[in-house]
Design a protein around this ligand. Structure first.
Ligand SMILES: [Mg+2]
Length: 94
């Protein structure tokens, strides 16, 4: 989805190797690490400037797990964009 073809193929391999449940647990873990990275940028007062290295790392980790979650449930970019559009339309017009 956000990852290129080569990285998507590696995601597929990891999903096949470890299975759904462990990878969903990893999604939880990586989301929590991203939350922590954002908290640290706030604590350090750096969120208005450049993203921290840690933040970029955790964004990539979440992208990898997001990709695998999409593969698990055959969620397409079109499906995500449809829902994103609905949410964004409400927020933009609200
Ligand atoms: Mg991580």
């Amino acid at each position: 989805m956000i990852l290129n073809q080569e990285n998507q193929e590696k995601c597929r391999k990891l999903l096949d190797r470890y299975g759904y449940r462990p990878q969903l647990m990893m999604l939880i873990e990586e989301c929590s690490e991203l939350i922590k990275a954002v908290c640290k940028m706030f604590r350090n007062g750096t969120c208005a400037s450049a993203p921290s290295e840690n933040f970029l790392e955790e964004m990539a980790d979440v992208a990898v797990m997001f990709e695998q979650a999409c593969m698990m449930f055959n969620i397409t970019a079109a499906e995500i964009n449809k829902r994103a559009k609905e949410k964004l339309d409400k927020k933009v017009s609200g």
